[in-house]
Ligand binder design. Sequence first.
Ligand code: 5GP
Ligand code: MG
Length: 205
Amino acid sequence: MNPSSRLSPPVLVSRSRARVPAAYSDDIEQLLISAPRIRSRVTEMARVIAEDYHGKRLVVVALLNGTILFLAYLIRHFEFPLSMDLIGVSSYRGGTSSGELEYTKRLKLDLRDQHVLVVDDILDTGKTLCAVKAELARQHPASLRTCVLLDKPDGRKTDCEADYVGFIVPHLFVVGYGLDYDERYRNLPFVGVLRPHVYGPGSAP
Ligand code: 5GP
Ligand code: MG
């Protein structure tokens, strides 16, 4: 298998021509990636992943909670048998700073000799994905790859990279399409940047 060879490279998303819907404009400053653009890119990712794993049984391991929308849209395109499990892991509490990893839900599936695809919402420092990969590798899967919707390469503090990347985003705190600020905004159908007043004075990310 040759990872992501057929996936067109992710482009740096700086802004979208789409306007922030009025219902969200009090809190969202800028729309970065529109819903149709996310749908079309995730469809392409799913097609390439399906080709890469052709004939193999895939185990999808997704990280809670930020992957919920991405995961749901990605895996509905896979027209082959797969197993799926979720890990609860969080690197920060309430706000935005990365700290120690906290496991809130452990994996149930046995990964030995399985082809495993780890799905996360966003790759920033890389600490989360690095730690999760190391943990899963201890189960000796047949293969272990990673897939993220968003990548912030300017935030990287590890040598961890993802095999499949949806979009490259600037070094800003983004919300929507599963990503939260203080457990809000996960339901937004697009990815956007919050207005500073939402964080409150002195607590900007
Ligand atoms: P890392 O460990 O790579 O620094 O961060 C990964 C985790 O931090 C992500 O899974 C996500 O939960 C959170 N995170 C990093 N950057 C952002 C961001 O811009 N917005 C949101 N909502 N979460 C982020
Ligand atoms: Mg996360």
